[in-house]
Design a protein around this ligand. Structure first.
Ligand code: SAH
Length: 421
């Protein structure tokens, strides 16, 4: 096939007869696709693959259990021939041509009057991409895969355009959807593909200070960005107002992404946002994210569990509650927020029975430009952090796993705070 002969088109085959000549794997794939699109399918072949035989047994397709014979194409809107026998395929193609019916020929693209593209579909988004690449079907498949990956990753603009009254072209007015997207600790590569995709089609993005803010530059100019940026100890937009914002925008028919740092459900108040949206009858999806509790320690080489060193971990905020967590050197504590309360937290932990010599790391701005790890022990970390001028956001790790950090050895050698590993 030469692409200059090609007229790309989508066919509505629902309820219309399509004849497939051949009963092998290629015919089977075609039948599957045709059934998915609602076609009425007749298969002509003496033998069938198990898959096709099962479809026949289910009554999903009509089967003429013999070689192709003239008349088999009667009533067809479209024909596929994939018998594996060039002479038979040619005869089918000739008969289809005589009947002015388009025909796909598996064995000889040049003899065909229709060609099957490599296809990727996002039914939820109502998007179908079909790729033809001349005489090189494998190139079409690779291109299709590349496009599918970009679509999945949210790198292509999937956003719907709809009238300003909020009505959709696929129905009457309807509320938008809300997605609570866990954005990971801040690096743009650490957000999930699902998160990227939802971001790519959002009308409104409600963001915090933490999370992958650099992704905001990828948004179209007319996407509204609402910054509810929380700084430590300072909540410019109260949670109730954030909940209202999500609901208001969705009720106005906009698709909203609530882009959150880390995971929405780890000290992220995602549950409250979910409940507020549900109470207003809005469709909500929660997309998990890479939590800073695990990833920020990892950024400086600290695994929160490690065979023979730590058998479990607890994630807490740096409040008095730390006293009630399992003790033991083999249980890692990960403390979010509260670097300003570090002295008090360390004291509480020692009072609760942890040795003052327990290793501690405070990791600031994980994956960000200011990433830095400061090491010490429960006994001296508060003083070291103060001396180093540690700033939020930071994750504090307590336990023997801290010794595995890239910077630990040099810390113990010279007693200094250690920068980037
Ligand atoms: N839902 C988030 C946590 C929100 S609480 C998550 O799962 O990661 C906010 C706290 O997360 C901060 O005070 C800090 O302790 C931690 N944090 C988030 N991102 C961070 C980063 N890039 N570097 C260091 N700490 C971070």
């Amino acid at each position: 096939m030469d692409v200059s002969d090609l007229y790309p088109l989508g066919l509505r085959v629902r309820g219309r007869l399509v004849v497939v000549v051949g009963g092998g794997p290629v015919a089977g794939r075609r039948v599957r696709g045709l059934l998915d699109a609602g076609a009425q399918v007749r298969v002509v072949a003496p033998g069938l693959t198990d898959h096709l035989a099962a479809l026949v047994a289910d009554g999903a397709v009509e089967h003429r259990a013999r070689e192709y014979a003239p008349g088999d194409l009667d009533g067809a809107w479209l024909v596929h021939t994939a018998t594996g026998v060039p002479a038979v395929d040619a005869a089918v193609a000739d008969a289809a041509d005589a009947a002015r019916t388009f025909c796909v020929v598996a064995s000889d693209a040049a003899a065909a009057t229709a060609w099957v593209p490599a296809v990727t579909e996002l039914p939820e988004e109502q998007v179908t991409v079909a790729v033809h690449a001349g005489r090189d079907p494998r190139r079409a498949v690779r291109l299709r895969d590349g496009i599918a990956a970009a679509l999945e990753a949210g790198e292509l603009p999937l956003r719907r355009f709809r009238p300003s009254d909020g009505s959709r072209d696929d129905g009457g007015p309807s509320p938008g959807r809300v997605a609570l997207v866990g954005g990971g600790p801040g690096a743009p590569g650490l957000v999930t593909g699902r998160g990227r995709r939802l971001l790519a089609r959002a009308d409104v993005v409600v963001v915090d200070r933490l999370g992958p803010r650099s992704l905001l530059t990828t948004l179209a100019d007319d996407v509204e960005v609402v910054d509810v940026g929380k700084t430590s100890g300072n909540h410019p937009v109260p949670q109730e107002r954030i909940n209202e914002l999500l609901v208001e925008h969705a009720l106005a028919g906009r698709d909203v992404v609530r882009l959150k740092g880390g995971d929405p459900y780890v000290f992220g108040r995602g549950g409250e946002e979910l409940a507020a949206c549900r109470a207003a009858g809005i469709d909500v999806e929660v997309v998990p994210g890479v939590t800073s509790a695990v990833s920020v320690p990892a950024a400086v080489g600290i695994p929160v569990t490690h065979r023979g060193v730590a058998a479990g971990f607890s994630v807490l905020t740096a409040h008095e509650a730390v006293a009630h967590v399992p003790g033991g050197a083999d249980h890692t504590l990960v403390l979010l927020m509260g670097v300003t309360r570090l002295a008090r937290t360390a004291e509480v932990l020692v009072t609760a029975g942890r040795p003052a010599s327990t290793p501690v790391a405070v990791v600031e701005d994980g994956y960000g430009p200011r990433q830095r790890a400061t090491f010490g022990t429960l006994g001296d970390i508060a003083g070291r952090a103060a001396a180093a001028g540690v700033q939020p956001p930071a994750v504090t790790v307590v336990g023997d796993v801290v010794r595995l950090a890239a910077g630990w050895a040099s810390h113990s050698a010279d007693g200094q705070a250690v920068s980037r590993p």
